[in-house]
Write a protein that binds this ligand. Structure first.
Ligand code: ADP
Ligand code: MG
Length: 244
């Protein structure tokens, strides 16, 4: 197996708040990692450090063997294109319709022709089940539809990895399933994914590994059946007893 992301002695401090204390982990190509843990434990910070949206205080982050913390802005941006990110709040451009949202980065960043971007965007809309919404504006979509557009937009850059930060946490319960379904399809297509989530059913079914984060460390990691059914650390036991 080849490592696609590697994190060595990652630390992140905000003022006096040591959010990430010492994290060394790696993600293999094709792996699905679900990161779980209490609110405020640093899950978002960790995810943002993976593409250097957040600059580590110390330690390094390697993507395909290249140390992101040592790159200049241009090289960093080039590698970032290979890491798509999907946020809790969708972050679609409100002044553009759905297909324009998806085409924007391929055209602007990859200099793709409009026709080519159009083809890719149409295929992706098909894939996320929204072919009929191409010319609608985000405000006219449900939360679940917006999040599926956001996933299509991330995929339009043909990323090597997708990072998800609580992609279903802002959704009404009846819309969670349609987004998780798209994510499951991506996982079974072999996409490498790091997913911060509270959806334990999804994590159990889809993740190759669960990373339980608390107090600045990954306290426990392993296969879903091990972490969920036989957590060894007291912190994980406590957390899981409250949510499962
Ligand atoms: P989680 O995603 O697990 O809820 P976060 O990574 O969002 O946790 O936050 C972890 C801690 O880091 C919190 O105490 C939060 O207040 C702090 N934090 C996150 N981002 C910043 C920031 N940009 N500036 C200062 N503190 C931050
Ligand atoms: Mg968070």
């Amino acid at each position: 197996m080849s490592k696609i992301i590697e994190v060595n002695k990652l630390m992140k401090v905000f003022g006096k708040n040591e959010v990430l204390k010492d994290i060394s982990e790696s993600v293999d190509k094709g792996q699905v990692i679900c990161v779980i843990g209490p609110s405020g434990s640093g899950k978002s910070t960790f995810l943002r450090c993976l593409n250097l949206l957040e600059v580590p205080t110390s330690g390094n982050v390697l993507f395909e063997g290249k140390d992101l913390t040592s790159l200049n802005e241009k090289d960093l941006n080039q590698l970032r294109e290979k890491m798509g990110m999907v946020f809790q709040g969708f972050n679609l451009f409100p002044n553009m319709n759905v297909i324009e949202n998806i085409k924007l980065a391929p055209i602007k960043v990859k200099n793709m022709s409009d026709a080519e971007a159009d083809k890719i965007a149409s295929n992706l809309l098909e894939k996320v089940g929204l072919a009929d919404k191409a010319f609608q504006y985000p405000e006219s979509l449900s939360g679940g539809q917006k999040q599926r557009v956001a996933i299509a937009r991330a995929l339009a850059m043909d990323p090597e990895v997708l990072l998800f930060d609580e992609p279903t946490s802002a959704l009404d319960p009846e819309m969670v399933g349609e987004v998780l379904k798209v994510m499951k399809t991506l996982a079974s297509d072999g996409m490498t994914m790091v997913v911060v989530t509270h959806e334990m059913g999804f994590a159990r079914e889809v993740a190759d590994q669960i990373w339980f984060m608390d107090q600045g460390y990954i306290q426990e990691k392993g296969r879903p059946e091990d972490v969920f059914d036989h957590p060894t650390s007291e912190r994980a036991q406590d957390f899981l007893s409250k949510i499962l």
